[in-house]
Design a protein around this ligand. Structure first.
Ligand code: FAD
Ligand code: NAI
Length: 467
């Protein structure tokens, strides 16, 4: 029986990063993975393949729509979907191999199979051929991630009714795509297929898109997406999909009931959220407690209800984001090594990788109102930013929310190209408890889009220069 300091179940960004940090700290580590490849949802069917398709489809659209105005004459670009999918797969393979390399480099054993917790200190690994082995270990970290949330009565076949996984691998562009859920997946993958030629309709239960993000920013985002050709049915729910004919018949009604209508679709993408994945882990038998939403319950040190067993990432509470899982992986490894591992949940950026991008860190205006916190707002539109003007990419704005009495930055929200890269100066500032004044007095290179952040920070004190 192999014996370890730490066995991590799951090799997504939470699990593999935790394993590496623990190995760096001198622990003997193994990871257990049931999939043929390492890297979890993020690398195989999540962050990375979606970003490859977003990138490729964006360039196709740029080539078709923006090149001519810059004096670049090319024939109308044509989509070669199999090659685009090959491009996506090469990206996945490269990253997955990278994780394999990192496991070897850090002398981490990879135990292929499904892990089951037999209690503190023991993990059973069942290989694909049914053979089982048991690993002994001082500590266990569960990092088994999440799975697609399903809609009652609507069966996902990953061909015509797809989850994000199927939507990343369609073999032809649907004429009509109905997306259920205006969250991050719906808007990112809806954008991909719209750019490739599908007519996209998004059906959202709430009366707004992207719940949780700043309301003013997402209103502007919705208008931009509509201009791009995405149709929205807000305050509406899908009650069924008739699959009997060649074309799918999607039944939609008002969220509160009534006002039924039928939409036609070639493909329906169900993107209504994700649920923690704990199947087959033996949690009940091991006495590991779950919360009301089926997530593994942990304390602020990631400890479960059973001593020696920890959990991180999508399988516990908090935003289902790869970087949140990674940071928790580092923190729990450091805690196991006797250090003060910690994650600051107030400063976790979130990015929607569409064009334009939407990026956000900290509190929204709605949050601050609900919490009765007095705040000041500084805003700056990209229409007034020189670099955006010369590139003719002026959509969007920066919005900074600062504490009215201390000027401490509480939230930053950006809609615009490259917003996902720009947000990090705000995150660093907020980690250091910085003020809008600090940001406003930090010299920003000219001409950059980031100058819009400095201008918005100056706007908090009503002293923006270029507006
Ligand atoms: P996962 O990545 O889900 O990994 C869990 C691993 O555990 C899997 O490999 C699974 O096979 C394995 N496993 C499960 N049970 C067992 C078992 N019993 N034994 C052995 N192995 C097991 N997040 C971002 O931050 N940015 C993005 O751009 C982004 N894009 C996304 C796009 C899509 C389409 C999707 C679906 C998600 C996206 N996410 C994104 C979310 C991100 O993928 C997750 O937050 C992240 O993968 C969670 O990491 P994790 O380590 O907790 O779990
Ligand atoms: P989500 O939680 O972001 O959005 C789901 C949307 O579906 C919500 O707007 C919700 O109101 C709506 N909805 C729920 N039930 C519905 C129903 N019956 N009918 C119509 N609408 C309904 O979930 P999503 O988009 O599936 O993504 C899952 C997770 O993956 C998210 O937590 C997200 O953080 C992560 N992710 C992150 C990305 C990123 O960081 N760029 C990209 C993709 C996913």
């Amino acid at each position: 029986m192999a014996s370890y300091d730490l066995v991590v179940i799951g090799t997504g960004p939470g699990g593999y990063v935790c394993a590496i940090r623990a190995a760096q700290l001198g622990m003997k580590v193994a990871v257990v993975e049931k999939n043929p490849t390492l890297g979890g949802t993020c690398l195989n069917v999540g962050c990375m393949p979606s970003k490859a398709l977003l990138y490729a489809s964006e360039l196709l659209e740029e080539a078709g729509h923006s090149f001519a105005k810059m004096g670049i004459g090319i024939a109308q670009p044509k989509l070669d979907l199999p090659t685009m999918m090959k491009f996506k797969q090469e990206g996945i393979d490269g990253n997955v191999k990278g994780v394999e390399f990192l496991m070897k480099k850090n002398k981490i054993d990879v135990l292929a199979g499904t892990g089951r917790v037999l209690g503190a200190g023991r993990v059973e690994v069942k290989a694909a051929d049914g053979k089982t082995t048991v690993a002994e270990t001082r500590s266990i970290v569960i990092a088994t991630g999440s799975d697609v949330a399903r809609l009652k009565g609507i069966e996902i076949d990953e061909k015509r009714i797809v989850s994000s996984t199927g939507a990343l691998s369609l073999d032809r562009v649907p004429d009509k795509l109905v997306v259920v859920g205006a969250g991050v997946i719906g808007l990112e993958l809806g954008s991909v297929w719209r750019r490739l030629g599908a007519k996209v309709t998004v059906v959202e239960f709430l009366d707004r898109i992207l719940p949780g993000m700043d309301g003013e920013i997402v209103k502007q985002f919705q208008r931009i997406l509509e201009k791009q050709g995405v149709a929205f049915k807000l305050g509406a729910k899908v009650t069924g999909v008739d699959t009997s004919g060649k074309t799918l018949k999607v039944q939609v009604e008002a969220a509160a009931g009534g006002n039924a209508e039928t939409l036609e679709a070639d493909v329906v993408l169900v993107a209504i959220g994700r649920v923690p994945f704990t199947d087959g882990l033996g949690l009940k038998e091991a006495g590991i407690a779950l919360d009301a939403r089926g997530r593994i319950q942990t304390d602020h040190h990631f400890a479960t209800s059973v001593a020696g067993i920890y959990a991180i990432g999508d399988v516990i509470a908090g935003p289902m984001l790869a970087h949140k899982a990674e940071d928790e992986g580092v923190a729990v490894a450091e805690i196991l090594a006797g250090q003060a591992g910690h994650v600051n949940y107030d400063v976790i950026p979130g990015v929607v990788y569409t064009t334009p991008e939407v990026a956000s860190v900290g509190r929204t205006e709605e949050d601050l109102k609900d919490a009765n916190i007095a705040y000041t707002v500084g805003k700056f539109p990209f229409t007034a930013n020189g670099r955006s003007k010369v590139n003719q990419t002026t959509e969007g704005m920066v919005k900074i929310l600062a504490d009215a009495s201390t000027d401490r930055v509480l939230g930053v929200h950006i809609i615009g190209r490259e917003a996902g890269e720009m947000i990090h100066e705000a995150a660093v500032l907020m980690e250091f408890g910085g003020s809008a004044e600090d940001l406003a007095r930090t010299c920003h290179a000219h001409p950059t889009r980031s100058e819009a952040i400095k201008e918005a920070a100056m706007g908090v004190a009503k002293r923006s220069i270029h507006m």
